[in-house]
Design a protein around this ligand. Structure first.
Ligand code: ACO
Length: 323
C-alpha cells in the first residue's frame, strides 16, 4: 500500500470588483483588442481597498473545507502559496489559521511566485507521504493589484486578484497510476533569470515596490520549460498524453497555454481555461482554475489532471494527480 494525497475539497473566492480591459483605455496607451489578442485576458477581479490576501485565502479555504465536510481543527497543516502576503511577517498562512479558528497544527507560506501553488502541492504531498500530516489545506491567494505600476501598460493589464484552495487527505492507494491523489511532482528553479520578473521593493528598500517584467523574455522560456516539466512529471506518474483528462495550467497568457498543450500533445478541449475572466492571479491561478473547472462540471472524480506553472525566479514545475 502507498500513501497518497487525495483531494477531498476545493473552493475559491474572487473579489466582487470586475474590471474589463476597456477600463485601461482611459489612462493608458492600450486597447481591449491588444490585451485580448496578446494575452487572452478580457477582465480581471481586483480586491477592494482593505481586502487582503489572507481574507481571500480564508474565504476560499472555507469553501474547500465545506466540500471536504471537515472543520479547521481536523487539519494538521496549512500551506499558503503567495507573493503578496498581507505583511512581511507573520505568514499569510498563520493569518488564515487564526481566521478559520484552527487551534492546532502548523501553518507556513511558500513563495515561488506564479509557480507557488505547484511548489505548495509538492510540499503538502511530502508532509503527507512522510506521515507528518494527514490533512493539509493548500491555498493559493494573491493581491497583485497592490504591486502594479499603473503607468506600465506592459504589466498592469495582465494581473488580477483572487484565491483558491484544496484540502488534501492521506489515503491508501495500490501504488499505480490508477490511484486517486498526487501521483508525481517535478519542481525547478534557475535564479540566473531572476531579473526577467521581479518586484523592485522589499525589506532592502523599505518599500513594497512594483512588479517589473520582461514579458517577451519570460514568454520565450515558458512553453519549453512548461512542456518539459509536465512531461517529466507524467513520465514519473507512468502516464502519457492520451491518459490526460485535463491540463490545468497556470493562467498567464492563452498563447502560452495553447503552445504548451500543443507541445504536450493534448488538445485544447482538454485544457481548463479561465485566463479570460481572471487574468494572471499568480499562485492563485491553478487552484482557481481547479475550483472553477470542478464547478463547471469539467473535472470529475477519477480524472487524471496535469497542472503546470512558471513564474518569477524563474521557478517552474508540474504536478500530476488523479481527482
Ligand atoms: N497595450 C498596447 N501595447 C502594448 C501593451 C499594451 N498593454 N503592452 C506592451 N505593448 C507593446 C510593447 O511596448 C511593444 O511595443 P514595441 O514593439 O513598440 O516595443 C509591443 O506591444 C510588443 O510587446 P511584447 O512584450 O513583445 O509583446 P508580446 O507579444 O510578447 O506580449 C505579454 C506581451 C502579453 C506580456 C507576453 O509576453 C507574456 O504573456 N509574457 C509572459 C508573461 C508570463 O507568463 N509571466 C510569468 C508568470 S507571471 C509571475 O510569475 C508573476
Amino acid at each position: 500500500m502507498t500513501l497518497r494525497s487525495v483531494v477531498t475539497g476545493v473552493g475559491h473566492y474572487l473579489p466582487s470588483r470586475v474590471v474589463p480591459n476597456s477600463a485601461f483605455e482611459a489612462t493608458l496607451d492600450t486597447t481591449d483588442e491588444w490585451i485580448r489578442s496578446r494575452s487572452g485576458i478580457e477582465r480581471r477581479h481586483f480586491a477592494e481597498k482593505g481586502e487582503t490576501t489572507s481574507q481571500m485565502g480564508t474565504a476560499a479555504a472555507q469553501n474547500a473545507l465545506e466540500m471536504a465536510g471537515i472543520g479547521p481543527d481536523d487539519l494538521d497543516a496549512i500551506i499558503v502559496a503567495t507573493s503578496t502576503a498581507d505583511l512581511t511577517f507573520p505568514s499569510a498562512a498563520t493569518m488564515v489559521q487564526s481566521a478559520l479558528g484552527m487551534t492546532r497544527g502548523f501553518a507556513f507560506d511558500v513563495q515561488a511566485v506564479c509557480a507557488g501553488f505547484v511548489y505548495a502541492l509538492g510540499n503538502a504531498n511530502a508532509l503527507i507521504v512522510s506521515g507528518q500530516a494527514r490533512r493539509v489545506l493548500v491555498v493559493g491567494a494573491e493581491t497583485f493589484s497592490r504591486i502594479m505600476d499603473w503607468t506600465d501598460r506592459s504589466t498592469c493589464v495582465l494581473f488580477g486578484d483572487g484565491a483558491g484552495a484544496l484540502v488534501l487527505e492521506a489515503q491508501e492507494g495500490a501504488g499505480g497510476s490508477d490511484d486517486r491523489g498526487i501521483l508525481a511532482v517535478d519542481l525547478h528553479s534557475d535564479g540566473a533569470h531572476r531579473d526577467l520578473l521581479y518586484v523592485d521593493g522589499g525589506v532592502s528598500t523599505g518599500t513594497t515596490g512594483y512588479l517589473r517584467m520582461q514579458g517577451n523574455q519570460v514568454f520565450r522560456h515558458a512553453v519549453e520549460k512548461l512542456a518539459q516539466t509536465a512531461e517529466t512529471a507524467m513520465e514519473r506518474a507512468g502516464v502519457g498524453a492520451g491518459d490526460v483528462d485535463w491540463v490545468v495550467p497556470h493562467q498567464a497568457n492563452i498563447r502560452i497555454i495553447q503552445g504548451t498543450a500543443k507541445k504536450m500533445g493534448v488538445p485544447m478541449e482538454r485544457v481548463v481555461v479561465t485566463v479570460q475572466d481572471h487574468g494572471n492571479t499568480s499562485a492563485a491561478s491553478i487552484p482557481l482554475a481547479l475550483s472553477v473547472g470542478h464547478a463547471r462540471g469539467q473535472i470529475k472524480r477519477g480524472d487524471l489532471i496535469v497542472t503546470e506553472a512558471i513564474g518569477g525566479g524563474l521557478a517552474w514545475g508540474a504536478v500530476v494527480l488523479r481527482w
